[in-house]
Design a protein around this ligand. Structure first.
Ligand code: CA
Length: 235
């Protein structure tokens, strides 16, 4: 059985924690980073996690890309519906990063926004998802470097989010798992504060509590945003 670890914390600056995360016993990890005024971000990320859980639990694992996509699309509808009912929630949205490892041999993922799924294999940390953000587009067209993107004033501008428009375009994919693989799901409050090389080192050095190790490092570095990490260690 894979071991799972989760850490979520408000950080050092923000008044509330708008991140949400869940690990389903069947073998799915989810992180969501909500945005919107007052408590709206919290509502959006909670609705994402709850809706994904409901959709998946109504079917049997392992789940394929189509089911994961549909789960995020249903969350999109649920968030829009809630926003229409409550003026305080207008304009809220959330990221969504989820991975199904229930099969043990294949990981299937779905993703919208700038939360991330990473794979740590043989000491190398690879980012599986592509950020849907303004700065990621700048990195891809060569305007700025990855390091400059981490400090860019517009780094919070997303090009895609869940719950904002009637249609959401969900990225999805799969890869084969190997013995000893470690999956990391994280919100930008973690990845903006701790670079990939440090994340890889902390995950390797703290197999007993890897999510806390990376989360505490983001807090120690300033915790400028809510911090969430879910770690799955395949045996
Ligand atoms: Ca965030």
């Amino acid at each position: 059985m894979p071991k799972t670890f989760a850490y979520t914390d408000v950080g050092q600056v923000r008044p509330t924690n708008e991140d949400n995360a869940a690990v389903l016993p069947q073998g799915v990890a989810i992180v969501a980073d909500g945005m919107g005024g007052y408590a709206a971000g919290e509502v959006a990320s909670r609705l994402l996690v709850e809706t994904v859980k409901q959709v998946l639990q109504a079917t049997t694992p392992p789940w394929d890309e189509e089911v994961l996509r549909r789960a995020v699309e249903e969350a999109n509808t649920a968030i829009l519906h809630e926003a229409r009912k409550s003026p305080a929630c207008e304009g809220m949205g959330t990221t969504a990063t989820l991975v199904d490892y229930s099969d043990g041999a294949i990981a299937v993922w779905a993703h919208v926004g700038d939360s991330r799924l990473y794979l740590l294999r043989d000491g190398e940390l690879r980012q599986i998802t592509r950020d849907h953000s303004y700065v990621e587009d700048l990195v891809e067209n060569g305007t700025i470097t990855k390091e400059e993107a981490r400090r860019h004033p517009k780094k919070n501008v997303l090009t895609r989010a869940v719950g904002v428009e009637a249609h959401v375009d969900v990225d999805a994919g799969r890869f084969a798992l190997q013995k000893g693989d470690v999956l990391l799901l994280a919100t930008d409050g973690l990845t903006n504060m701790v670079d990939d090389a440090t994340l890889a080192q902390l995950l390797e050095e703290h197999p007993g509590d890897p999510a806390y190790a990376v989360g505490a490092a983001a807090n120690d570095a300033g915790g400028r945003d809510n911090i969430t990490a879910v770690v799955v260690m395949l045996s």
